[in-house]
Design a protein around this ligand. Sequence first.
Ligand code: PLP
Length: 391
Amino acid sequence: MDKFIPLSVPKLKGKELEYVTNAIETEWVSTGGAYINEFEKNIAKYLNIENAVACQSGTAGLHLALRLCEVKYGDEVIVPTLTFIAAVNPVKYLGAEPIFMDCDDTLNMDLDKLEEFCEKECYLTEKGLINKKTKKIIKALVVVHVFGNMVNMEKIMNIANKYKLKVVEDATEALGTYCTEGKYKSKFAGTIGDFGVYSFNGNKIITTGGGGMLVGKNIDLVLKAKYLSTQAKDDQLYYNHSEIGYNYRMTNIQAALGVAQLERLEEFIQIKTKNYSLYKSKIKNIEGLSLLDFNQNCRSNYWFYSLVINKEKYGLNRDELLKKLSEKKIQTRPIWGLIHKQKPYVNSQSYKIEKANYYLEKIINIPCSTNLSKEEVLMVIKALTNLKLSI
Ligand SMILES: *Cc1c(COP(=O)(O)O)cnc(C)c1O
């Protein structure tokens, strides 16, 4: 019997059990406790920044970030269409509207089209950037470092400064990725824009079961995020509130997991990088298949691997290959359904979306867990090779 090879599962064999046990034995299981502070401190240290705020999910972090960008009812926010829907939904939570952008050949947002949109379809005023079509203010831009591959932040920040846009970096998939060249050399993905958000969902590079972390340039706003995440309590005794907050704080049990996982992040990145290289070196010999590159001017975390299928040359299309691999107990997945085509967003504005359609049809993500062994990588490669031979 073939062994099941999952797409992406966590590895919890470090100090996770010890720290979680400690959290339980000390009975600090809720949204207070030493592990929360420690996790925040350790993440900030790892990222070379001052402050970080632990939340219940990446989605919660994105919601807080957009609220602190002062995105309000009736505003607009530029977002990518090729991403996970959690990057976009918080725009709607705030009563604002998304404007969808295309991707480029790296699957990240097409920055030339972004600039063209700001230039041709909008105009600048004292209040900010106005969308010609709707006359609404475009307050912010959400950029996603897709699959851990870093967006060109220098270009993003230039565009954002020119057009007065706040930048939220959705770095939920990119913890550990940093620039190795240019103006932002040694800066981590998530630490360059106004806000950055990480996720510790089960399939992310490190996990707390569910969880997220918000970071930002302005320390007052980061502290404000913490305040909003704990129901906007003005004091701990009388429970006075002067704003509407949320129950978005991470629990101490989650943070205990996070502290243990973070200890192993660099090791996980090494494993992901090694497995990627092995896949890459073998897949290039299979006609009709290739593995998408990660940008060379960064140290990437190599979170997810994208296999590009040329149907004419390989003989199978995306769904046929996915099904055949599944029969061999190898789990793969297409990239996400484009957000501008999802029911809640069909009436939203989108700008010249072309490449996202193209890549959506051609890519599957292949197994990339940190506990994936060399033998398993070779099994996947063998399956890909044999499937072609059997056509
Ligand atoms: C995982 C993910 C999120 C959401 O994170 P959660 O912690 O699951 O809420 C947001 N955006 C992208 C691109 C993601 O991959």
